[in-house]
Design a protein around this ligand. Structure first.
Ligand code: 5RP
Length: 215
């Protein structure tokens, strides 16, 4: 196992300490979260169930015998655990490398506590080195791309990817995101945007970095 993978696994295992008996746990998407799901499976009988941010995580949770609930019927979600592509010192994130950003954002909005799990390579001073994912309604792709260029980015269509919601992704390169809350809102105002991968207005409450870092 390489250092990055070991960091992901260590952070995921630390997040298990936030799980309490009888909880509905929100579960994110990605390779870091896969380690978390493995750990969750060992104590699955203690859970009231999970709400899932993607079809991929739903399949994995079910394979491990964990009940997946509809968010509309699940009641309170005290805990959400998810990875990130980048994290700054104020627990603001770039997410969506796996294309699940919209459902991830919905669960983060609902959750009482959002615990983000990352390997140390994800920690940055300024967000934007990782291309910012933007989910768009397919017919609006060119319009949204032109507007993103106006904001100073270089959008690239993630061809071949269709999100779980039936939409497309633009990955925006070349942004140094010094005001993440403002940019998050501005991108959301573009007609045709479903959501964007900045998690700044609702940042993580805790970020667990590898085996011993905490923000
Ligand atoms: C998926 C995500 C993931 O959390 C993000 O891409 C990190 O993935 P990984 O844990 O595989 O590095 O936002 O949409």
């Amino acid at each position: 196992m390489n250092d990055a993978e070991a960091g992901k696994r260590a952070a995921a295992e630390r997040a298990l300490a936030y799980v309490e008996d009888g909880m509905v746990v929100g579960v994110g998407t990605g390779s870091t979260v896969r380690w978390f799901i493995e750990g969750l499976a060992a104590g699955r009988h203690r859970l009231a169930g999970a709400v899932s941010s993607s079809e991929a995580s739903t399949a994995l949770l079910r394979r491990h015998g964990i009940e997946v609930l509809d968010l509309n019927a699940a009641g309170p979600v005290p805990l959400y655990v998810d990875g990130a592509d980048e994290c700054d010192g104020r627990r603001r994130l770039v997410k969506g490398g796996g294309g699940a950003l919209t459902r991830e954002k919905i669960i983060a909005a609902v959750a009482g506590r959002f615990v983000c799990i990352v390997d140390p390579g994800k920690r940055v001073e300024v967000l934007g080195r990782f291309p910012l994912p933007v989910e768009v309604i397919p017919m609006a792709r060119s319009h949204v791309a032109r507007e993103l260029v106006r904001l100073g980015g270089q959008p690239v269509w993630r061809q071949g990817t269709v999100t779980d919601n039936g939409n497309w992704i633009l990955d925006v390169h070349g942004l140094a995101i010094r005001e993440p809350e403002a940019l998050e809102s501005e991108i959301n105002q573009i007609v045709g945007v479903v959501s964007n991968g900045l998690f700044a207005r609702r940042p993580a409450d805790v970020v667990l970095i590898g085996s011993d870092g905490t923000l």
